[in-house]
Design a binder for this molecule. Structure first.
Ligand code: ZN
Ligand code: ZN
Ligand code: ZN
Length: 495
């Protein structure tokens, strides 16, 4: 709400009321619709009232457009009234108030405009550098931390910076993509995502062992990472959209410490509430009809009916007829024990209705991202292999062509005088000629490097013919390891 603008309007309202009252009070006001002066003055008065309305709206909503329009109208009307005082009914000295009110509204409108612009600028300002700053901070933190130390920082600064970035990324697809690229470059992510892509893993399912986090049998051979680290990575992969999570089970967790690892179910005696309850299976000896507990048939000399004393040779001679529970503290026998949960962590005993339910998830690869993940992992696998044979690698890499244009390639690598420019193109079916054309153009502008095109999963016949005719080397395939082997072979040949 704008006080100055509002003050202008209040002045205006008071002026209109005072002048009206003066006219009426002096009984000089005559209803004379036939007089043109009366009509003009009437229209003018209406104009003032509209200006008042617009000004109030502008001041309340802080809209400079309304304030400026109302202020201008107010001044214009006052001037018109003054200039044509020979035909119009005079407002006499009140004119000056109209002018002041109008100027106040206009002045205020500029102020409102400036405030608005400043606000907008701040919003856009605080938006960009915030993300930039966070990314910079993450770079710094990650370069400082030794890989072995990442465990300790899981809930430290890196964790918090990342969490902020993930929440920012929900609104910014570009940022999300950038964060995914970061993830792909981590060894554990390459291993996990690679399983979906290379080994046709369908789903990562949890098992609950007595620990704080679930474990995943299909990842049990993932060596060198703690269960926490694996869980943390899976969560990040879900955040990034690379994996989908599905609810697998709900676990009963303690309402006090919110852990499920140390929660045990208890069956208790309805008489003395002891949890030392054992279960008895009641068996009937079909020959004589006697019913005893299973344990009562067991003797040192075999299974013998306590009633008829006959030795029981086959299981079929005994029939299960029910169960009963027995309290080992007070010896009561009952059919239904009391049920409760007990947390060994904080010794809290609770009922199901009071428990926390914890979700555990299974994970599958997001099929929309399969192609992207495959491309990224393939490029990273090639890069790793090249680094192992002492190449220095850039992904993406830039090389200047004969024409002076700086071309971007999926990967460039060099070792001494050897230079490789590699482009990877992928398609859901076959890679067509149009797709390989831009790589072709770059390669032919860059004859100093060994050029290599990788097409996933394969080239269209026409594209294949085109590349052959133009002497561009290419590799087709789907398996990242096979592709990598072929890249190395081609490099060795160009020795
Ligand atoms: Zn607890
Ligand atoms: Zn018997
Ligand atoms: Zn008992």
């Amino acid at each position: 709400m704008r006080q100055i603008g509002l003050a202008g309007i209040i002045i205006l309202i008071i002026s209109v009321i005072v002048s009206g009252a003066t006219y009426l009070g002096e009984s000089s006001f005559i209803w004379n619709p036939g007089d043109p002066g009366f009509i003009y003055s009437f229209i003018l008065t209406l104009g003032f009232l509209v200006a008042v309305g617009a000004g109030i709206y502008g001041a309340i909503k802080e809209m400079n457009e309304f304030l400026i329009a109302a202020g201008t109208a107010c001044i214009a009307l006052a001037l018109v009234n003054k200039l044509f005082s020979n035909v119009l009914y005079s407002w006499s000295y009140l004119d000056i108030f109209f002018l002041v009110a109008g100027f106040m509204m206009i002045l205020d409108s500029f102020h409102v405009k400036r405030i608005k612009e400043a606000k907008k600028l701040e919003e856009t300002k605080s938006d960009e550098p915030q993300t930039e700053k966070l990314l910079e901070k993450l770079d710094k933190l990650e370069s400082e931390t030794e890989p072995t130390e990442t465990e300790t920082t899981e809930e430290g600064e890196i964790f918090h910076v990342k969490r902020q970035l993930w929440s920012e990324a929900r609104k910014k697809p570009e940022l999300l993509k950038g964060l995914r690229d970061r993830l792909y470059s981590s060894a554990i992510v390459q291993d996990i995502v690679g399983r979906f892509i290379n080994s046709n893993l369908e789903s990562i399912e949890p098992i609950m062992v007595r620990s704080e986090t679930p474990s995943y049998p299909v990842l049990s051979d993932l060596k060198g990472y703690s269960q926490r680290k694996i869980q943390y990575t899976l969560n990040e992969l879900v955040e990034s959209g690379i994996l989908n999570e599905d609810l697998y089970e709900k676990l009963v967790a303690c309402p006090q410490c919110h852990q499920s690892a140390k929660v045990f179910t208890r069956s208790k005696c309805p008489e003395c509430e002891s949890h030392k309850v054992k279960i008895n299976r009641l068996m009937q000896h079909l020959d004589c009809g006697a019913i005893y507990k299973q344990s009562e048939y067991q003797t040192v000399s075999g299974i013998i009916c306590p009633k008829c004393g006959k030795k029981i040779e086959e299981d079929l001679e005994l029939k299960s007829v029910g169960i009963s529970f027995e309290c080992q503290s007070c010896n009561s026998i009952f059919s239904e024990p009391l049920r409760s949960y007990y947390c060994r962590g904080c010794s809290d005993e609770f009922q199901l209705k009071n428990c926390d339910l914890l979700d555990i998830h299974s994970f599958t690869l997001n099929q929309d991202i399969r192609a992207e993940a495959k491309e990224k992992l393939t490029v990273l696998t090639i890069a790793d292999s090249l680094k192992k044979i002492q190449y220095s690698v850039d992904t993406p890499g830039y090389l200047k062509g004969k024409t002076g244009v700086n071309h971007e390639f999926t990967l460039t690598a060099n070792k001494k005088d050897k230079l490789l420019a590699l482009d990877l193109v992928a398609s859901s079916e076959t890679v067509d000629t149009k797709t390989v054309l831009s790589s072709y153009a770059k390669f032919t502008d860059n004859i100093s490097a060994t050029s290599l095109l990788i097409a996933m999963p394969m080239l269209h016949q026409e594209a294949r013919d085109f590349l052959k005719a133009n002497n561009i080397q290419f590799i087709e395939g789907e398996n990242m390891y096979e592709i990598t082997d072929n890249v190395i072979k081609i490099l060795e040949k160009t020795n």
